[in-house]
Each structure stands twice: as structure tokens, then as C-alpha cells.
Design a protein around this ligand. Structure first.
Ligand SMILES: Cc1cc2nc3c(=O)[nH]c(=O)nc-3n(C[C@H](O)[C@H](O)[C@H](O)COP(=O)(O)OP(=O)(O)OC[C@H]3O[C@@H](n4cnc5c(N)ncnc54)[C@H](O)[C@@H]3O)c2cc1C
Length: 425
């Protein structure tokens, strides 16, 4: 039984890359917004999971250029002001990344959300919905107060898993667990001799992993994982763990994945220390507080973005963000499948890919967008998730102003407002 009731203009569910940007965008329009987050910090995959590099701001390749602006770029500038980030030019794969100090990003996100006037609720889990005639009436959340009903005019689902949109009746796709992208526990090692470690390139490291597996002395499921420097001297971030075949919306499977991910992190740390020059004196200082989830539910929206759209660099009239990041499919094998964007090196994410088909007052943003498995493996990059969040937030403010549903707003107006906010379209 719910004992408390809260009301707001817009309820944002999930404070990851997408949710933070969505909430800031709504609040800056002068509306009341509540942002709920199940963990005790903002950022989701960007912080709690330990991922510390924004990809997607720049297109890969020789002729690299920045294609994401707006609030996401403001976040980067705030990090730069704190000397808490640096660019890693054109590393293999996704193009130039922006590597940051995870602890500083938590603070920057909080500063910006609170400055904008967002009502922030940590340690709060969205559980149930009450829907009438395809319109979400309220969401029940659980926290130390017990159950609270939150009633809003419009809802932005940025849970990554489309928890609320799905419960409210949105259609969605979920790959078979054997095809879903693998989960990864990120870990950090300290006391690494960086100069020495850098003498071994990526291919050589992969070869060492293969040999280690073949020797039978180690169990390393992924052989093309990588490490990179962080803003902190002697500290490196390692993205090597691979836990395949997991549907992360299944709580028991997710729990076992956390256990397996931490076990693998220990194994990779042992391998690096024993086998790779520069790591001899290293030690494990952290594993992610939440295993990294790349893919679960993808809603079926007004438009389903396809891998073909991604690869040919498709452009859409209802563009709300640009993406040049390649398809990076962490399938269950030992390597990763890559497919690059052709043409002028970027494609558009259409507004329709954020709008669930059946629901009137719910929009999604982030990795649960309406996309096929292959397209999601590109559009899920963090700069794009943040850009989608900003667009969803502005769309919600327009819905309130025009007293309409998400599928019926004036998209030209949305694009004009985004351009005024220095979004690149
Ligand atoms: C291991 C890994 C490595 C990656 N590496 C990179 C990289 O190097 N560069 C890059 O750009 N991208 C990378 N990505 C992709 C990118 O980080 C994510 O796709 C993106 O950050 C997802 O953002 P999101 O906001 O959509 O979802 P999430 O980050 O998953 O955020 C969802 C938030 O909602 C909260 N939440 C979920 N359910 C509920 C609920 N029911 N109630 C309340 N709160 C809830 C979660 O706690 C979380 O904070 C990586 C992803 C992973 C998993």
C-alpha cells in the first residue's frame, strides 16, 4: 500500500547519462522535475560501472570532428575546468575519446542537476505503474519511506532497460540472451609503471591473453580487452571482463553476473601482474559497483533505427542527435564485432526512435531507444545517450506547453530549441 504521494510536471526515471541530461533540460525550462535514481550517485554506466571515457563526441578516422554539443559538451567543459579529463586521440575503434575522473563526474553531474533546480531522489527504485488508456497516471517508487506514488504530466524513461515504458505497455524487443551484448565488470589497477606498460601494443596484449588461455593457467573469456591511463598517476582502467548470455532484467541472472564479473576481474588482474611488463607491482583498487550492462530491452518506437541506417550514415528530417560511433558488438565470442559508418561519417538519431508506439505521455532516451541489436551497438555510446536525454527533456517541456502527447509535438520547434541550446544536428 502506498502511503505518500508526490506530484510533479515531469518524472525522470533513472539518473544515468541520458537521465541527467533529460532532467537538466526540463528544469532549465522552468518546470518542476523529479529525478529518481536507484543508486547513490548519478551517472549509471558512466560512474557506478566505472566506464571513464566518453565516446561519440567525435567521429572516428583521420578527418575527425565534433558532432555532439549542448548540455553534454557543457559537462565536458566543466570537467576540463576541474582538470579532470583529457582527450585520447583516435584510439583503436570508436575514435577520439574523452577520459575523465569518475569521482569528479559524479560531482559535476550533481552540481548541474541541483543548480538547474531538479528534485533529486537517490536510493529510490521505480517499481510499478498505473496506466489508463495508454496514458501513464503514476509510478510507484520504493525507498526508505516505503512506497511512494509519483504523479506527473509526462514521464521520461532513462532506466536503460525501459523498465517503466515496458511496464506501462510499450512494445519492446529483447534479443535472446545468447545474442545480447555481454556484460562487463570494469576494474582499476594502481601502481602501474605506465611507461613500461605502454611498450606492449594492443595486438601483443591480445596474443599474450591467447597464450595464457592456451597454457591452461588462466581463464580469460575475452582476448581483445584493453586498459588505458586515467587522470590519476599510475592508475589504469581495464575493460577486459566478459560475461555473456545474461538477460540483465532477470534479477537472479544479474546477481550471478555480478559474482562472475568480480571473479574475472581478479583473474585478469592476476594475469596482468604476472605476465605483462609494467604491471608487476600493480594492485586492484576497485571493481565497478554495478556490472556494466550494454543491452536489454529496446523499445519499439515510431521508428526503429537499423544497422543499415547506421552504416550508410542515414539522415532523418526529425534528427535530434548525430552519431559517428561504429557498431561495437560485444557478442559472446572472444572478440568484438566492429562496423564503421560510411559516407560523411555520421548518421542521425531520429526523434521517432525515442517515442514508444503505444504510449501517450512516455518517452525513452539512452540505450533503450528504438533500434535493432546492431544499431543499438552504435547509438548506445555515451555522448549520444546524453544527447538523446537532452532532446527528450526539451520534448517533454514542449508537450506540456502544447498540451499534447510525445508523438504529436511540433518537431521543427524541438529542433529549433535544441539548436538554440548549441546541440549539433
Ligand atoms: C562495460 C561498458 C563499457 C562501455 N564503454 C563505453 C565507452 O568507453 N565509451 C562510451 O561512450 N560508451 C561506453 N559504453 C556505453 C555507455 O556507457 C552506455 O550505453 C550509456 O552510458 C548508457 O546510458 P543510459 O543513461 O542509457 O543508461 P545507464 O547508464 O544504464 O543508466 C540507467 C540509470 O537508471 C538507473 N535505474 C535503472 N533502473 C531503475 C529503476 N527501475 N528505478 C530507478 N533507477 C533505475 C540505473 O541505476 C542507472 O543509473 C559502455 C557500456 C558498458 C556497459
Amino acid at each position: 500500500m502506498t502511503t505518500h504521494i508526490l506530484t510533479t510536471d515531469v518524472l525522470v526515471l533513472g539518473g544515468g547519462a541520458a537521465g541527467v541530461n533529460a532532467a537538466i533540460a526540463v528544469a532549465r525550462k522552468g518546470l518542476d522535475v523529479i529525478l529518481i535514481e536507484s543508486q547513490g550517485c548519478l551517472g549509471g554506466s558512466r560512474t557506478a560501472t566505472g566506464v571513464d571515457t566518453f565516446y561519440g563526441f567525435y567521429t572516428p578516422g583521420e578527418q575527425t570532428r565534433r558532432i555532439v554539443g549542448g548540455i553534454p559538451w557543457e559537462i565536458v567543459q566543466r570537467l576540463a575546468k576541474r582538470k579532470a579529463c583529457f582527450e585520447r586521440p583516435n584510439t583503436y575503434g570508436a575514435g577520439t575519446g574523452i577520459t575523465y575522473d569518475v569521482e569528479q563526474l559524479k560531482i559535476v553531474y550533481e552540481e548541474m542537476v541541483l543548480e538547474a533546480g531538479v528534485r533529486l531522489l537517490y536510493h529510490t527504485y521505480a517499481c510499478q505503474v498505473n496506466t489508463e488508456n495508454h496514458e501513464l497516471q503514476s509510478v510507484v517508487v520504493a525507498n526508505k519511506n516505503g512506497l511512494t506514488k509519483i504523479c506527473a504530466s509526462h514521464y521520461i524513461d532513462t532506466t536503460g532497460d525501459a523498465d517503466i515504458a515496458a511496464r506501462a505497455g510499450a512494445m519492446f524487443e529483447k534479443s535472446d540472451p545468447s545474442e545480447m551484448q555481454s556484460l562487463s565488470t570494469i576494474f582499476f589497477l594502481a601502481n602501474v609503471d605506465i611507461q613500461q606498460a605502454k611498450t606492449m601494443n594492443h595486438q601483443e596484449l591480445a596474443r599474450k591473453m591467447r597464450e595464457a588461455n592456451q597454457s591452461g593457467a588462466y581463464r580469460l573469456p575475452r582476448e581483445d580487452g584493453s586498459w588505458h591511463i586515467t587522470p590519476n598517476p599510475g592508475v589504469v582502467q581495464c575493460n577486459m571482463v566478459r560475461v555473456p548470455g545474461v538477460d540483465a532484467t532477470d534479477p537472479f541472472a544479474l546477481t550471478l553476473a555480478e559474482v562472475e564479473g568480480r571473479r574475472q576481474a581478479q583473474e585478469y588482474a592476476r594475469f596482468l601482474k604476472e605476465q605483462i611488463p609494467g604491471f608487476e607491482q600493480s594492485f586492484l583498487i576497485a571493481t565497478s559497483q554495478h556490472i556494466g550492462i550494454r543491452e536489454t530491452r529496446r523499445i519499439i518506437g515510431e521508428y526503429v533505427l537499423t544497422e543499415e541506417d547506421v552504416v550508410r550514415g542515414a539522415k532523418f528530417e526529425d534528427a535530434i542527435a548525430c552519431c559517428g560511433a561504429p557498431v561495437e558488438d560485444h557478442h559472446s565470442g572472444r572478440e568484438t564485432r566492429w562496423a564503421y559508418v560510411q559516407g560523411d561519417g555520421y548518421y542521425h538519431i531520429p526523434y521517432r526512435s525515442l517515442v514508444p508506439k503505444q504510449l501517450k505521455n512516455v518517452i525513452v532516451a539512452g540505450r533503450c531507444l528504438s533500434a535493432t541489436h546492431g544499431a543499438q551497438a552504435s547509438a548506445r555510446n555515451s555522448a549520444q545517450c546524453m544527447a538523446m536525454g537532452q532532446a527528450a527533456g526539451v520534448a517533454a517541456s514542449i508537450c506540456l506547453d502544447e498540451k499534447t502527447r510525445f508523438s504529436e509535438i511540433n518537431v521543427k520547434r524541438l529542433q529549433e530549441e535544441l539548436l538554440q541550446q548549441e546541440v549539433i544536428l
